[in-house]
Write a protein that binds this ligand. Structure first.
Ligand code: ZN
Length: 459
């Protein structure tokens, strides 16, 4: 941070002398730009980065004395990718494994490794969908670790027996804030069975640095005690959570599968529906009315789903996965029909290699189901809008847009060898999932820049 302050003062001094840019500025020439929105590339453009922002995007030559020039050789310059729903600290092989076998030290160390791998896979921003406070985010922002910008949700909020309840069958029964589970003690989950407790959990998360809150308002698959059909919170309970989020100028994101739960969340004012497998015309209408978004894990529709260890190691989860796949059969057709504001979402629970495989396969599946352009905007501009729902007061990165190549936006950029609108494999898409070979970065991703700083350059 000291370094950044120093650079800014240099710019301020030089501005008073003449129009020139700081020594650390970078001019990309000879690039085709995917701007995060349009279904075509802006051909043969130049993009100037000054300090940590995009300063100019032009089809004309940009004069920038003192800037380092990078000849893009006709490659594609695009926004850094944004994970819309991930869990860096959920890095055991399954929920019981995290609960029983991992202490804080291992979880924290592994989450740092996951963050490093995410950035070097092109993810420059990460909305963490629960299980982690702001500690890793602060460490990355201080420059001591490498990773994406993080928008943390803090502890999952859900009632006893819900998808946020990490306990085992034999965990002692006092449920106050879930403190008797390891997940509760570590601040990964917050069990809340009353309106007062829901508000207290939400406030505790914000106090600890969350930028939004995550509710578990329906059951899930990779957990032991909650049927996915469960509508875990009432309208009044969801409204209580939204009331606290509103008070902070922030928003609630909510894990919801069933149609009842999806509509109830929207009625309560929840801004992003997570998973949303029973999305249909009615849900679409309610989303439009509320200016809401949704994000979905495409791997729920992968032919390899049954091979996920978090699911197949648990017979209850395996059985749930089968019925869920059958019930969510119209999701893909409905998304193609109504085109909701859909954010990209990997939702990996696991270690570095497993989560790289899952992210690559998720990109492939999204392209296959919805096309490359819809996939790319979901990973860039749409997720960029979603993270900004945190509101001006809580947004740690409030000075510019994310997920777009635009003047004034943060300089989070990738230079990729190929056109991602034609071929998503240039950003890692892989038809294979578990049998994909371990990789060391993505070869076609030549430059990875976050906040104006280059973390990878193999040009
Ligand atoms: Zn999740």
């Amino acid at each position: 941070m000291k370094y950044r302050t120093l650079k800014m003062s240099v710019v301020a001094v030089s501005c008073s002398l003449a129009f020139s840019v700081s020594a650390e500025s970078i001019l990309f020439t000879n690039v085709n730009v995917f701007d995060g929105k349009k279904d075509e590339l802006l051909e043969n453009y130049q993009v100037l980065v000054v300090d940590n922002k995009i300063s100019k995007v032009s089809s004309e030559a940009i004069s920038a004395q003192g800037a380092k020039v990078i000849d893009g050789k006709g490659m594609t310059l695009m926004p850094g990718l944004i994970e819309g729903h991930g869990h860096l600290q959920m890095n055991g092989t399954s929920l019981p494994d995290i609960e029983n076998n991992r202490n804080w030290e291992e979880l924290a160390a592994r989450s740092a490794a996951r963050a490093n791998s995410a950035l070097l896979s092109g993810f420059t921003t990460w909305r963490d969908a629960g299980g982690m406070g702001a500690g890793l985010k602060k460490t990355i922002d201080s420059g001591e670790l490498i990773g994406p910008r993080i928008y943390p949700s803090g502890a999952f909020i859900g009632p006893t027996g819900s998808h946020a309840d990490f306990r085992n069958f034999n965990t002692p029964n006092e449920t106050f804030y879930g403190h008797n589970s390891s997940g509760g003690r570590l601040g990964m989950s917050c069990t809340a069975d009353s309106i007062g407790d829901i508000k207290a959990c939400a406030r505790q998360n914000y106090m600890q640095g969350a930028t939004q809150i995550k509710l578990m308002s329906s059951g899930g698959v990779a957990s032991s005690f909650d049927p996915w059909q469960l509508n875990a919170y009432s309208l009044e309970e969801l409204q209580a959570a939204v009331e606290v989020a509103d008070a902070y100028g922030s928003y609630a994101m909510s894990h919801a599968y069933s149609k009842v739960s999806l509509l109830r969340n929207l009625e309560a004012g929840v801004k992003t529906l997570e998973h949303a497998f029973m999305f249909d015309k009615d849900v679409y209408k309610a989303m439009k009315k509320n200016d809401a978004y949704m994000t979905t894990n495409m791997t729920a529709f992968s032919p390899y789903l049954g091979e996920i260890e978090a699911i197949n190691s648990n017979p209850a989860s395996a059985r749930k996965a089968k019925t869920a796949q059958a019930a969510f059969g119209n999701y893909i057709d409905n998304v193609n029909k109504y085109k909701p504001k859909l954010g990209f979402h990997v939702d990996c629970v696991g270690g570095v290699a497993a989560c790289e495989q899952q992210a690559d396969h998720s990109i492939y599946l999204s392209g296959k189901f919805f096309g490359n352009h819809y996939t790319l905007i979901s990973m860039t501009s749409v997720n960029g809008e979603i993270v900004k729902l945190a509101g001006e007061v809580l947004d740690p990165y409030f000075e510019g847009k994310l997920g777009v190549v635009e003047e004034g936006a943060y300089a989070d950029l990738l230079l990729v060898d190929g056109n991602p609108l034609e071929d998503l494999s240039v950003i890692g898409a892989n038809e294979k999932w578990f049998d994909a070979p371990k990789r060391d970065g993505i070869e076609t991703m030549k430059i990875i820049m976050k906040d104006g700083v280059i973390y990878k350059n193999t040009l």
